[in-house]
Structures are given as structure tokens and as C-alpha cells.
Design a protein around this ligand. Sequence first.
Ligand SMILES: [Zn+2]
Length: 88
Amino acid sequence: MMRCLFCNLKFEREPGYFLGAMYIGYGLGVGAIAVLAATVWEVLKWPVVKSTVGGIVLFLALAPAPVLTWVARVLWIYMDQAIDPDRT
Ligand SMILES: [Zn+2]
């Protein structure tokens, strides 16, 4: 079981613990793509569908896949600790 070196927090409290983080990651990804697509649409005046594809391409080019997963997991841990603190 992995624990934080600094505060001794258990990272994976139970099997499948980070499943919920996937939903956060999905939301963050969709949100980021929407912002990028809107930017492409505004700047280049492309049609909406083409701008959306442009937003997805930009997202894949700008955001290395693991970053979104890390951010989502950190947010997930903060949420979980706020609701149900691990005092062990
Ligand atoms: Zn820690």
C-alpha cells in the first residue's frame, strides 16, 4: 500500500478507489476541449464542427495524457478527504 512520504496519506484506500477520478478527468477534458474549440471558433471564424475538431486536436497536442489523470486524482483525493477523512 503506497503512502505519502510527507503526511502518510494512503493513496489508494480501496480497490477501484480512483474510478471516480475518471469522471473528474472526463469533465476536465470536455471542459478544456470546449474552451479550446470556442477559442478556435472565435479567432479563426471556422464553422462550429471544424472548430470542435480543432479544439480536440489542440487538446491532444497541448495536454499530455497523464497530466489530466494526475490533476483528476488530486482533486478526487481532496474531495474524498473533505467528505470522509482518513485518520489512520
Ligand atoms: Zn501527503
